[in-house]
Design a protein around this ligand. Sequence first.
Ligand code: GAR
Length: 208
Amino acid sequence: MPAFSDPSQQNQSDQTPLRIGVMASGNGSNFEALAQAIDAGTLAAEIRLLVVNNPGCGAQQRAQRLGIPCTVLDHRVLRERERLDQALVDCFRSAAVEVIVMAGWMRIVTPVLINGFADRLVNIHPSLLPSFKGLDGIGQALAAGVKITGCSVHLVTAELDGGPILAQAAVPVEEKDTHATLSERVHQAEHRLLPEAINAMIPVWRQG
Ligand code: GAR
């Protein structure tokens, strides 16, 4: 059995920082918000590894600047979803990661990853779930004409954007909002919510 096949068996009543892995596809502002919360002492964790699927993306550049290890797993090379997800599991296990955070990961994940880190795979989504699942939660909210939207942090299950919700933050939609202005305010809310939600879950994960 691999050394880290069952992270719940490790670190029971452990006070050491939670070892997290992060997955990102794009700009990486949520990834950096996690790093900042760790530096500020509001998130009792350490980022062991960032994995990106787009070489040269903003998240990778941020990792370089922050001195955080980054691995590229290009979905154009690992073309089958299960192969990409197995590579993710292998990378994060090698890095002794306890919990994975999908911080702007724009690929559908399979049971290979979901079951490999069961109840330890977290996603952030730019809407108040269960509204506006899938792509472009901001655009969907604007198109629907809702007056309040927001962001959700949830555990990942086989149902797309459908796993148990850990935390949510509301963001009012203003009359003059464009996609860019609303996206900026939702991102601000995400940057607060994601570290808070992860930190609040640490005792649960550590109890295993
Ligand atoms: C975030 O708004 C996140 O909620 C969203 O991608 C953005 C990434 O921003 N994720 C999804 O839509 C997942 N379905 P970032 O790269 O600046 O962190």
